[in-house]
Design a protein around this ligand. Structure first.
Ligand code: F6P
Length: 550
């Protein structure tokens, strides 16, 4: 049974439950009226990001109790254990070291008695060399032409983070190349990409940590078959395929040349792998130097996370606010809305980072939690979304905390568009906080000349309760560094929450069952005989498929 205020393992949760009662009768408007310094009190800057969290349903007591909660959960020790390479992914007995991938310091990082940093540096150097070979035109396809199209075949963490970072860094794209993604097993997606590329000038990167993922393997096989059908000889296939995986044997069996292969390690989780060799496409699209700038932005956030006191630590504050709303205030989802077109893919990536990490219910000892864990992450881009779902944010019945991400400057200053864009983020944030009272609505309608009867009929509909918590995250500009810092901030936020909830954010057993059942059901779909041994729904749906696929 979920009792949402049952973080019983942490004594501070009692104080937070009491504070919830108090905050339930407080309006953000009043909190701002009482304290003119609220913005200064509840904002901070780290790694090029500025976070204003003053429009949250908090006061000093709430923040102090949340920090105590983090202390009681031994957050600092858990964080240090992660950075030190302890096997904190206990269900898979693995270290969690995506942070080492973006470390440029001299310190060794040990896994099983071995320093992993030399391997990381060597792989970065190979990524750089491969990128330069393609950019300089030295990498030639089977007819001797240089590469123009680069296609990433990968899904989940071998896709979403890359796409997010690449689109965020649009102004930094190297000219003369086109990149494409094939992720889904849906043949429409592959066919659309094949329709855009030229077999003589295309390089496919098969990115898969396991090299066992159905979608990726099927797409890679189909791309290979397409190349051959387009006139590429078997022995020339190596000129058009690169691969990245921990499973070098499987890459070899697929027929990709060893020199076109980059290694990956089991201490890199899929959804945390854009910083690794899986990020090769990023390097190909923005150039290796900008890829390194992305890593360094994330490294700056890592350093902040490791050194700032918990009460002044951006990912810790972001994580604790999430716990406050999820476990004490009754929120079920969290929206991330970016007021920058280049960040349009961030919510999709954060869905995997957050929901695949913290969508869990079991503690290390096998017991089930009695409180809510990972929230539903969703969102999109402003201002489009204002004309879609913001109505529900303002007047709906649910409490949905929002992160607005709004860079102060744009890469494309056109007229007054950027000031308007930023202003819109500001206005949404302010409207969610202050709302509009019945009195204000009545005054407004009366002043417009409406008669008293009409005012009374309409007024309630126009009331906006406000008191809707939201953060503003304001980087100066979306650069490789701020992109890295932003993604790393969210990764650590997820870690903070996983630690408090006592779950393992680094496995993903829940996605296995569907894969196993899929392997069984494809046999039923292929079979000539009617399926009768499944549940009636599955039997019926297989029948329906076969009706049109004889
Ligand atoms: O099915 C989930 C998952 O394992 C993700 O965690 C991962 O990012 C994705 O599949 C792709 O995995 P791979 O990189 O091994 O192909």
């Amino acid at each position: 049974m979920i009792n949402s205020t049952a973080l019983d393992h942490l004594p501070a949760s009692k104080d937070l439950a009491a504070l919830q009662q108090q905050m339930a009768n407080t309006h953000l408007r009043d909190l701002f009226a009482e304290d003119p310094n609220r913005f200064d009190r509840y904002s901070l800057e780290a790694a090029g990001l500025f976070l204003d969290y003053s429009k949250h349903l908090i006061n000093d007591d709430v923040m102090a109790s949340l920090v105590t909660l983090a202390e009681q959960a031994n957050l600092a020790q858990a964080r240090d254990a992660m950075f030190a390479g302890d096997k904190i992914n206990y269900t898979e007995k693995r270290a969690v070291l995506h942070t080492a991938l973006r470390s440029f310091g001299d310190a060794p990082v040990m896994v099983d008695g071995e320093d992993i940093m030399p391997g990381i540096r060597e792989t970065r150097a190979r990524m750089q060399a491969m990128t330069e070979q393609v950019h300089s035109g030295q990498w030639l396809g089977h007819t001797g032409k240089p590469i123009k199209h680069i296609v990433n075949i990968g899904i989940g963490g071998s896709y979403l983070g890359l796409k997010t970072a690449i689109n965020a860094m649009t102004p930094y794209h190297v000219k003369g190349f086109e990149h494409h993604f094939v992720a889904n097993i849906d043949p429409n997606e592959l066919s659309e990409v094949l329709g855009k590329i030229d077999p003589e000038t295309t390089l496919f990167i098969v990115a898969s940590k396991s090299f066992g993922t159905l979608e990726t393997l099927q797409n890679a096989q189909a791309a290979r078959a397409w190349m051959i059908a387009q006139g590429c000889a078997e022995q020339d296939i190596r000129k058009h395929f690169m691969a990245i995986s921990t499973n070098l044997k499987a890459i070899d069996q697929f027929g990709i040349a060893q020199e076109n292969t980059l290694p990956l390690w089991d201490w890199v989780g899929g959804r945390y792998s854009l910083w690794s060799s899986i990020g090769l496409l990023i390097s190909m699209v923005v150039g290796y130097d900008n890829f390194e700038r992305l890593l360094k932005g994330a490294e700056a956030m890592d350093q902040h996370f490791c050194t700032a006191p918990l009460a002044e630590n951006m990912p810790v504050i972001a994580g604790l606010l999430g716990v406050w709303y999820q476990n004490f205030m009754g929120a079920e989802s969290h929206a991330v809305i970016s007021y920058d077109y280049f960040l349009r893919d961030l919510p999709g990536h954060l869905q995997q980072v957050d929901m695949e990490s913290n969508g869990k219910r079991t503690r290390e000892d096998g017991s089930t939690v009695a409180y809510h864990t990972g929230s539903v992450i969703w969102g999109g881009t402003g201002t489009n979304d204002q004309h879609a779902y913001h109505q529900l944010l303002h007047q709906g019945t649910r409490l949905i905390p929002v992160d607005f991400i709004a860079p102060a400057t744009t890469h494309n200053p056109i007229g007054e568009q950027h000031p308007w864009l930023y202003t819109n983020a500001l206005a949404q944030s302010q409207a969610m906080m202050q709302g509009k009272t019945l009195e204000e609505v009545r005054d407004e309608l009366t002043a417009s000349g409406m008669d008293a009867d009409q005012v009374e009929r309409l007024a309630a509909h126009k009331v906006i309760p406000g008191n809707r918590p939201n953060s503003m995250i304001v980087p100066e500009k979306i650069t490789p560094e701020t992109t890295g810092a932003l993604i790393a901030m969210y990764e650590h936020k997820v870690f903070v929450q996983g630690t408090i909830w006592q779950i393992n954010p680094f496995d993903q057993w829940g996605v296995e069952l569907g894969k196993v059942l899929g392997d069984r059901l494809i046999e039923k779909i292929r079979a000539k005989e009617e399926t009768t041994d499944q549940d009636s729904s599955t039997n019926g749906l297989i029948r329906r498929f076969k009706q049109f696929n004889r």
